[in-house]
Design a protein around this ligand. Structure first.
Ligand SMILES: *Cc1c(COP(=O)(O)O)cnc(C)c1O
Length: 617
């Protein structure tokens, strides 16, 4: 797998230069690249240590531009008689640097925001949007949420309150009449169509959100009875994230458009069709309908949306709506990169000397001689015999007649035999399952300075595959197949899903040989969507050191924002341990003692409180 398939998943933002360094090109139109390792080097000069979270605002802007230009192009191609306006669903990444970069595009593309809670609404209201840009309010709502949204609308924001339930329709009408503000309302429809891939259950008739067909009719009747059906402006649906198959998008859009036409006949004020998110990201670079890819491009997605809506509206003879999408993942995934550094390798990577005493048991002696006899022709028999011998040794140890030394020798020799088998066989010609079973069993774990739960929670929660590759030595021969472990005290704190051959994943990553004492860095790419807020504080490991990076020209970059990661006292404060309280407690216990030892203990205690939560290297 040459260069970790970066040309397939890098989307012109990430690449490898001639000297084998990973590069980033945050603005592909300008074309200037820098080495990621140079950015990390600059951060180290400023006193920051791994793990790092690098953010590229130029990538975010480029994504917004591409999505809008692709919709613009499709609208021209099909002569679509209305317009497109996107919104960014802030739940996908609420970080201020991220939302700031995105809303700077609001003026040019009338790009808006989608929010799903009171806190997200407040977040949305703190950003300057173009007066025509939409602020779409989704999620379950109480009267405070509704009142704040209505007052914002009254003050000039273009707010659309999407009703998720019949109760919300009632509540919106009642709060609106109390405060004397006319709402702009949308209905979220529960479609029959489902997505495809990991989040298939978000859609369909059993979805958590949205109005059923019967409820939509009921809600329309409710508006009509109140004499205000013209508050209804928007029909919305969202069938799930990372939709891997374009056919599912097409079906959902057609169904949504049909529903739109039927309702619009009764409620002519309906003029917006909000098709939700779901635009997929090609994490595994395969361009297939595998869970971590999608079998279409961003441009095809836009054409499919425009064409399907237009076709249905023509059949129904209804004026086509303004189109809205809420793409989140496809906008922000590329914009962030986590960089971790290896601390040590656990497990043997090559056969070594195994000490065997003169009185070791016959199984150990047999294993030793098998190691000398293994050949390309007999590796399978030798491995199977060795497995049985090792099991005998393990059982013997439990029963008390095999020594600790023999157990150690048995385990080491069995591993060496398997390793020899792998190197002797022609891996291309053997059964791939047998090969990968041996490889996975032998794989050492590369322990890196980070927490899976903080930085890449979806690798643990949904076994998401992110592209992972070293930031240097990418031309070097790969000699180690390893899994990646983090430094939490949790056996789930590991990554063992990596890109395999096209569209498949494998348990190990192939790495060049390196010395853990030299600077060697590994990048976990495309982590800009969902990872920030889903990340947690397991073992009290906090956020990584962070930097937003702006590239001005070839090899020329600026760090426009830098944030120190969570300190020990900040991590503890989140769980009720205030720094002041911890310090006073220390003084209560030891304050009376003015010995030099206590002074050193105090210094060390205070230093650790103020330092980062990760290992200092
Ligand atoms: C989560 C969500 C989105 C974003 O989906 P992506 O797959 O990230 O594009 C859009 N709309 C709604 C209603 C959502 O809940």
């Amino acid at each position: 797998m040459a260069k970790y398939q970066v040309e397939s998943w890098g989307a012109n933002y990430f690449s490898v230069d001639d000297d084998g360094f990973a590069t980033v090109t945050p603005d592909p139109q300008a074309g200037a690249s820098v080495r990621v390792a140079d950015i990390v080097e600059e951060l180290r000069r400023r006193g920051f240590r791994s793990p790092f979270m690098l953010r590229f605002p130029q990538i975010l802007k480029d994504r917004v531009r591409r999505l809008n230009e692709a919709f613009g192009e499709a609208i021209r191609e099909f002569d679509y008689p209305s317009t497109y306006q996107g919104v960014f669903p802030v739940k996908v990444n609420q970080q201020k640097v991220v939302v700031d970069a995105l809303t700077e595009m609001s003026g040019r593309h009338r790009y808006g925001l989608e929010v799903g809670s009171k806190a997200e609404l407040v977040l949305g209201l703190t950003h300057d949007l173009h007066p025509e840009a939409l602020l779409i309010c989704n999620g379950y709502k109480d009267r405070d949420y509704i009142e704040l949204a209505l007052r914002a609308a009254h003050a000039g924001s273009r707010v659309i309150l999407i009703c998720e339930t019949i109760h919300e329709v009632k509540d919106v009408l009642s709060v609106a009449s109390e405060i004397g503000v006319a709402p702009a309302m949308g209905f979220r429809a529960r479609l029959n169509s489902k997505g495809a891939g990991k989040w298939i259950e978000s859609g369909g008739n059993h979805a958590k959100f949205g109005l059923s067909t019967l409820e939509i009719l009921e809600a329309v009747a409710m508006l009509e009875a109140a004499g205000c059906s013209d508050v209804l402006k928007c029909l919305h649906f969202h069938i799930g994230s990372q939709i891997s198959d374009i056919l599912c998008i097409k079906e959902a859009v057609k169904e949504g458009a049909r529903l739109f036409c039927h309702i619009k006949r009764r409620v002519p004020s309906l003029s917006i069709l909000d098709m939700g998110g779901g635009l997929g990201v090609d994490y595994d670079g395969s361009s297939t309908s595998s869970d971590w890819s999608r079998n279409y491009s961003l441009e095809q997605y836009c054409r499919e949306c425009v064409y399907s809506v237009l076709t249905v509206c023509r059949q129904e003879e209804v004026a086509p709506p303004m189109l809205v999408t809420e793409s989140g993942r496809a906008i922000v995934a590329y914009g962030s990169l986590t960089v971790v550094s290896p601390l040590k390798i656990i497990g043997r990577t090559s056969p070594g000397e195994v000490p065997i005493g003169p009185d070791s048991c016959h199984q150990v002696r047999e294993l030793r001689s098998s190691l000398n006899e293994i050949k390309p022709e007999n590796w399978r028999e030798v491995v199977n015999d060795a497995k049985a011998l090792n099991e005998e040794i393990q059982v013997g140890f439990k029963l008390g007649f095999v020594s600790l030394e023999d157990r150690a020798a048995g385990e080491a020799l069995y591993g060496d035999i398997c390793r020899m088998a792998l190197s002797l066989m022609n891996q291309e010609e053997e059964d791939p399952e047998e090969v990968s079973e041996l490889r996975d069993m032998l794989a050492p774990m590369l322990v890196c300075n980070f927490s899976v739960f903080q930085s890449t929670p979806d690798t643990w929660a949904v076994r998401q595959v992110f592209p992972i590759m070293p930031l240097s030595r990418l031309n070097a021969e790969k000699t180690v197949d390893a899994t990646i472990g983090d430094i939490t005290c949790d056996s789930d704190g590991r990554i063992d899903d990596f890109l395999g051959e096209t569209g498949t994943c494998q348990k190990t990553i192939s790495l060049p040989s390196f010395d853990v004492d030299e600077p060697f860095l590994i990048g976990i790419f495309l982590v800009g969507a969902y990872q920030d807020t889903l990340g947690d504080f397991h073992n009290l490991f906090g956020s990584a050191n962070e930097a937003a990076v702006w590239v001005d020209g070839p090899k020329d970059f600026r760090i426009v924002n830098q944030y120190r990661g969570t300190t020990v006292s900040e991590a503890m404060a989140l769980f009720g341990y205030e720094r002041q309280g911890m310090v006073s407690r220390f003084e209560d216990r030891h304050g009376g003692d003015d010995s030099a030892d206590t002074a050193r203990y105090r210094d060390c205690f205070l230093r650790v409180l103020s330092s980062g939560t990760y290992l200092r290297r």
